[in-house]
Design a protein around this ligand. Structure first.
Ligand SMILES: NC(=O)c1ccc[n+]([C@@H]2O[C@H](COP(=O)([O-])OP(=O)(O)OC[C@H]3O[C@@H](n4cnc5c(N)ncnc54)[C@H](O)[C@@H]3O)[C@@H](O)[C@H]2O)c1
Length: 391
């Protein structure tokens, strides 16, 4: 039986988009009908490789080709206008992360989607948070949903293994400037971790952020960040990241009344308390005794791939069969809130509440664009093999 096929196009076929084009061309239920890139030679080369049409202007493509959906893999700022144009035409969208550069643009996308949905209730709008498909993160999510940990007391993520060299930043005129990218590690590498964090434990109410700009690289934006979160239930959080540490660390630690969960090196360890540590604090007659616990290695199955292909298959299944999206784009607004809030707090040197003052944040960015030493952005970039960056 021939499977139904979804006609897809990729907009922006640099490092990430060319990989998406390859995946689409090889998935039986998706057909790559066109690619689009501002760089004509690049679009043409990919189109020849996969036997599809090519364009240099996405609106021309939308006007001229019959499409079910698009994947947007341009630099972040263009995610907003392109998503909105596609959604308004009733075309399903899977956008790369982050949803946008700042919350205000993300809200525009959410509003456009809601209007488009009122005309076409089956319209899909997803975001490429492929780490949600990783076995160990799915397992953490399940454990938290089961409530086995009880009241969460602290969540700490040290994610400093996003090592990048100056060569990385120099490749691609849009990277790591206020004008071209609008942010650094919090907007480019950490969206995955910040999305997972909010997926696991929800959103904090208050954030203190400390961001160092171009501390280890010749860039304008942040490459080392420490943030402190406060949650409504009294829990606290820490988020520490850097693109300068080698070797770096990727350790998530969730401490709760019923024990401690640690994810490190693709291994999940759960020290499961036999009783509540909070009750022990209140009622124990002993001054120091720890709560008895059992150390458990939590098993999971991980597909071991970068996960983008699974996200594309999920997007196609959502269009064809109404499968739920693994990552609805609107949830990307939470990650943007977190990224922007940490930076806003750092700019203002004071804590900020969630949701942030989105207008103020945009103005802070515009101010930095105005005063930037980089006043023109070259649309260049030599796509590189990004497979080493996918964890
Ligand atoms: N999910 C992931 O694992 C992952 C990994 C890498 C990058 N990304 C995201 O993918 C996006 C692209 O990153 P990249 O590393 O591929 O960048 P890149 O510079 O290698 O590629 C971007 C491409 O978009 C093209 N482009 C720019 N504006 C365009 C427009 N208006 N219309 C059509 N084409 C346009 C550029 O010419 C370039 O070829 C970013 O938002 C990034 O955050 C996601």
């Amino acid at each position: 039986m021939i499977e139904k096929q979804v006609k897809l196009a990729v907009i922006g076929v640099g490092t990430m988009g060319s990989s998406h084009a390859r995946d689409i061309a090889s998935i039986p239920k998706t057909q790559l009908v066109a690619v689009c890139d501002l760089i004509s030679d690049r679009a043409e080369e990919i189109s020849q490789k996969f036997g599809c049409a090519f364009y240099t202007n996405y609106q021309d493509m939308l006007d001229n080709i019959e499409l079910d959906g698009v994947i947007i893999a341009t630099p972040h700022e263009a995610h907003t206008p392109i998503s909105i144009d596609c959604l308004q035409r009733g075309i399903h969208v899977l956008t790369e992360k982050p949803l946008a550069v700042h919350v205000l643009d993300g809200e525009k996308m959410r509003d456009a989607y809601q209007i488009a949905l009122s005309k076409n209730p089956d319209l899909k709008f997803g975001i490429m948070f492929q780490q949600r498909t990783f076995g160990y993160w799915k397992s953490v999510k399940e454990l938290l949903e089961k409530g086995i940990l009880g009241k969460i007391m602290r969540v700490t993520w040290i994610i400093t293994d996003w090592f990048r060299t100056q060569t990385y930043y120099d490749n691609g005129g849009w990277r790591a400037s206020w004008r071209g990218e609008g942010g650094g590690v919090l907007l480019n590498q950490c969206p995955h971790n910040l999305d997972l964090l909010q997926w696991f434990v929800g959103m904090p109410e208050k954030i203190y952020g400390f961001a160092k700009l171009g501390k280890y690289h010749n860039i304008e934006v942040e490459d080392e960040v420490t943030a402190y979160f406060e949650y409504a239930n009294g829990a606290i959080g820490h988020f520490i990241t850097s693109t300068a540490e080698s070797p770096g660390t990727n350790r998530l630690e969730i401490t709760a009344e019923m024990g401690k969960l640690v994810v490190e090196k693709e291994k999940i360890t759960f020290w499961h308390n036999k009783s509540s540590s909070i009750d022990e604090i209140q009622f124990s007659p002993n001054p120091y005794n720890l709560v008895e616990n059992e150390e458990k290695n939590i098993s999971f199955t991980h597909h071991g791939t970068p996960g983008h292909r699974l996200m594309i298959e999920n997007f196609a299944n959502a269009i064809l069969y109404q499968d739920p999206l693994i990552a609805p784009a609107i949830e990307g607004l939470n990650q943007l809130q977190l990224s922007n809030a940490i930076m806003l707090s750092s700019f203002l040197n004071q804590p900020v509440e969630i949701p942030i003052d989105a207008v103020r944040y945009k103005n802070e960015i515009l101010e930095r664009v105005k005063n930037s030493r980089i006043q023109t952005i070259k649309i260049q970039s030599n796509p590189f093999d990004a497979s080493k960056s996918f964890r």
